[in-house]
Design a binder for this molecule. Structure first.
Ligand code: HSE
Length: 443
């Protein structure tokens, strides 16, 4: 059998996928049956790194998603539009879709999966989260026996590279970001990575799979790494932590305010991670995902989260899956009440998960304060925290600069809302100059 593919985009990932498909030897035995029929590009003039007949190329992307000969559309354009519209058009024309586009899936997953389920086609997205690391398929299939309670990921290689270098070299964020841009590890416009938006898209997708419901991206708390300083990295190290940008999805249990409702926590923020924690030693551009559930316990996936080869590996794994389904007759590819689909590979859930507001989060905090170096200041701080039931794990005066004391506090687990109230009271004390940093600590 031959399965004809339309490739939307021939950038880094598209080129990587085409190279695998054109060189099937010693790879999966279904690969020779996957044939690139057409490739949609922006410019026909640009030189290409893959050997395909010139007639394959077109700038008419719509013609690919409507081509009756094409059974599977691979969307590796990136960005929201025209990617979203082309995915929907492909589905409407009965084509299966493989996409690496986390931004589209995190925002329009509801629309796309509803359309796909009606059309009886698959939308596969292994490449959308953590590049080459297989994590979508394990969540859909291999871990199905477990009650997952937490997914914790280092899901962005750019920020992990910057934080790792800050840790190793003691440098400041802005100088290491500039060097990372010069070396090609960070984009010229690094906003999506640095501000945590890329990781937020990815954890929304993982949470949806782990907890079996859709996630509103607007409810995912997102804080990036711009405010992480060399001073905090050094203090954290002395206290036995490294700072990582973590993406966390956790089954939080009943809501404080609506006791009948189960809630999730879904959040991205820089986090103090104990050095003995498995994620603490994930450095550089690597990604890792720790999944915790019952009865499994912990399982961690580690590997390259980006790049042509790793991301293309994930794209092609989805193509192999679809080819296998087509062979087995489990992919009808047209609208019908009787469409046979593989129940583990569709996205059947339709409800939205309730996501807890951050004020209900229970977490430990690290906070650095600048105060006057006067008698009684530590006592006043302790009283403010105590007023809100906040128990301190450690409170250390780390030095005096320009007659100001620098004080670092680590709390036990507290309710985030209570902690902020205590901090508001602390900020209003005459003896307190500023609160330069506030970070959460992994349990
Ligand atoms: N920009 C992402 C990262 C890779 O730095 O990990 C693509 O999702």
């Amino acid at each position: 059998m031959t399965f004809k593919i339309g490739l939307l985009g021939l950038g880094t990932v598209g080129t990587g996928a085409a190279r695998i498909l054109l060189d099937p030897e010693q790879r999966h035995s279904l690969l020779p049956e996957l044939q690139i029929q057409r490739v949609g590009v922006r410019s026909l003039a640009k030189p290409r790194q893959v050997e395909l007949p010139p007639a394959c190329f077109t700038t008419d992307l719509k013609a690919i998603v409507t081509d009756p000969e094409i059974e599977i559309v691979v969307e590796v354009l990136g960005g929201l539009e025209p990617a979203r519209s082309l995915i929907l058009a492909a589905i409407a024309h009965g084509k299966h879709v493989v996409t690496a586009n986390k931004a589209v899936i995190a925002r329009y997953g509801d629309e796309i999966y509803t359309a796909a389920n009606q059309a009886g086609v698959y939308v596969m997205l292994e490449a959308a989260v953590a590049g080459g690391i297989p994590v979508i398929q394990p969540l859909k299939q291999s871990l199905g026996a477990n009650r997952v309670h937490t997914v914790t990921g280092i899901l962005n290689g750019t920020t992990n590279y910057i934080l790792s270098r800050m840790q190793q070299e003691g440098g400041d964020f802005s100088e290491i970001l500039a060097d990372a841009q010069r070396l090609g590890y960070a984009e010229a416009d690094p906003t999506t990575d640095i501000d945590g938006l890329d990781a937020a898209d990815k954890i929304a997708i993982l949470a949806s799979l782990a907890f079996g419901g859709r996630i509103k991206l607007s409810e995912v708390y997102c804080e990036g790494i711009r405010q992480v300083s060399a001073a905090d990295i050094a203090y954290a190290e002395k206290l036995g932590f490294v700072i990582k940008l973590l993406a966390i999805a956790h089954r939080a249990g009943k809501s404080r305010h609506s006791p009948d409702q189960d809630q999730l926590e879904v959040r991205v923020h820089p986090t103090l991670v104990p050095i003995a924690h498995p994620l603490a030693s994930v450095n550089g551009v690597y990604n890792a995902i720790l999944i915790e559930g019952e009865p499994l316990g912990q399982v961690m996936f580690f590997g390259p989260g980006a790049g042509a080869g790793p991301t293309a590996s994930a794209v092609v794994s989805d193509l192999i899956n679809i080819a296998a389904l087509l062979k087995a007759g489990l992919a009808a590819g047209h609208s019908s009440e009787e469409v046979a689909v593989h129940p583990l590979l569709i996205c059947a859930h339709q409800h939205y998960c309730a996501v807890a507001p951050m004020s209900e989060l229970n977490t430990r905090f690290y906070v650095r304060l600048r105060t006057l170096d006067h008698p009684g200041v530590l006592g006043k701080l302790g009283t403010c925290f105590g007023n809100y039931g906040i128990s301190l794990e450690s409170l250390v005066q780390t030095g005096v600069h320009n007659e100001q004391a620098e004080i670092v506090v680590v709390t036990h687990r507290v309710c985030e809302g209570d902690f902020h109230q205590a901090l508001d009271e602390i900020r209003s004390l005459d003896a307190v100059d500023s609160v330069p940093s506030l970070l959460r600590v992994l349990q």
